[in-house]
Ligand binder design. Structure first.
Ligand code: COA
Length: 263
């Protein structure tokens, strides 16, 4: 199944594996308002598919993941329009975050501004060795608005988020990994192969437990330790309502690989 949009490509690459690609390589995949709308639409398509198991998010071409919001749309933009744009971008970030399946950003080049922000809204980031990250909005006299200031702070700490947002400094993939922004760095030619291997692994895990793990790590960030631990044990107990829990335990005891069905 391949759904064709104007500025993005949503395709299925194997059972339960979706690949979402921003497809404006000549503009380094900059996010126009239309592109943001299409992303929101595509994510809702994935959300509606009960067989979806994992979403990979990347950019077309060899140079960029996403080089930020499309700067052309900033000229003459009213404060009201800016607010709408910010909320639209934040909406895409939130929908990636709240999708009940693992979402991995596959960063294959520049991840700047809104690009870095949407990558951070994914569950984790893998990157090519030529990837570059920055929040350069300060150089345009503006600031992050797709949730980036807050997600960056949660990922790398307040002081480093301050430095990166206030200087707009561009960091390479290795530094991004050291800071905890990126989980793994691969040679550019290996990145998509590694992403597909990861997707195949994730697609075979128990879907309900995956959803609960994602929820507790996501929601737990904004809870007290004790409330988050209560949520953890509640979700753990709900795992025991699933056939997949029985299958997982039985498969271990029978020394075979479990086959999970998402029920
Ligand atoms: N919005 C709109 N167009 C963009 C863009 C953006 N965020 N980023 C790149 N482009 C366009 C360029 O204008 C250029 O278009 P053109 O060929 O019609 O002139 C094309 O993409 C290629 O970019 P170019 O600047 O020529 O490539 P480069 O290798 O010299 O530089 C960057 C790459 C990423 C360093 C540079 O494009 C850049 O700084 N982009 C803006 C990044 C930014 O500030 N993003 C945050 C926005 S809030």
């Amino acid at each position: 199944m391949t759904t064709q949009y104007q500025n993005i490509i949503l395709e299925q690459r194997g059972e339960g594996i979706y690949l979402l690609t921003v497809n404006r390589p000549r503009q380094l995949n900059a996010l126009s308002a239309d592109t943001i709308c299409e992303l929101a639409e595509a994510i809702s398509v994935v959300k509606a598919d009960k067989q979806a198991r994992v979403l990979l998010f990347t950019g077309a071409g060899e140079k960029a993941f996403i080089a930020g919001a499309d700067i052309n749309q900033f000229k003459g933009l009213s404060p009201l329009g800016a607010r709408e744009l910010g909320y639209a971008g934040q909406g895409v970030g939130s929908s990636l975050e709240s999708l009940g399946i693992p979402v991995v950003a596959v960063v294959n080049g520049f991840a700047l501004g809104g690009g870095c922000e949407l990558a951070m809204a994914c569950d984790w980031i893998i990157a090519s060795d030529n990837a570059k990250f920055s929040q350069p909005e300060i150089n345009l006299g503006i600031m992050p608005a797709f949730g980036g200031s807050q997600r960056l702070m949660r990922l790398v700490g307040k002081a480093m988020a301050m430095e990166l947002c206030l200087t707009g400094r561009m960091i390479d993939a290795e530094e991004a990994k050291q800071l905890g922004l990126v989980n793994h760095v691969y040679a550019a030619t290996d990145l998509m192969g590694e992403a597909m291997k990861l997707a195949a692994t994730l697609a075979q895990k128990a879907p309900v437990a995956s959803k609960f793990i994602k929820k507790v790590l996501q929601d737990g960030q904004n809870m007290s330790l004790s409330d988050a631990c209560t949520l953890e044990v509640e979700l753990f107990s709900q795992c025991f309502t699933t056939a997949d829990q029985e299958e997982g335990v039985l498969a271990f005891l029978e020394k075979r690989k479990a086959t999970f069905k998402g029920i």
